[in-house]
Design a protein around this ligand. Structure first.
Ligand code: SF4
Ligand code: SF4
Length: 80
């Protein structure tokens, strides 16, 4: 069992964000590494996709870096 901090332990960290992760379900192989590494626990895993909770995503980009399938791209907030 992998212990993760509860979502929102540092408040709604989405307010800190400059870059936003944008997810492409077509490229995702559901390896769950982004879920494992997200420091804000802002990624939820559904049966067929992941979901990013932008209230808690602080835009650190770890999920995009860890994703071997390049299914997450960091995009500047004002461009989304
Ligand atoms: S790390 Fe990439 S491929 Fe793996 S679940 Fe996350 S988005 Fe999908
Ligand atoms: S950018 Fe990715 S790893 Fe960082 S907080 Fe947001 S969802 Fe989590």
């Amino acid at each position: 069992m992998i212990a993760k901090p509860s979502k929102g332990s540092a408040g709604k960290t989405g307010l800190w964000r400059t870059f936003k992760p944008v997810y492409d379900v077509e490229k995702c192989n559901l390896c769950h590494l982004c879920w494992l590494y997200c420091p804000e626990n802002a990624i939820d895993v559904l049966e067929d996709r992941i979901v990013i909770d932008y209230d808690y995503c602080k835009g650190c980009g770890i999920c995009a870096k860890i994703c071997a399938k390049k299914a997450i791209e960091m995009v500047r907030e004002e461009e989304t």
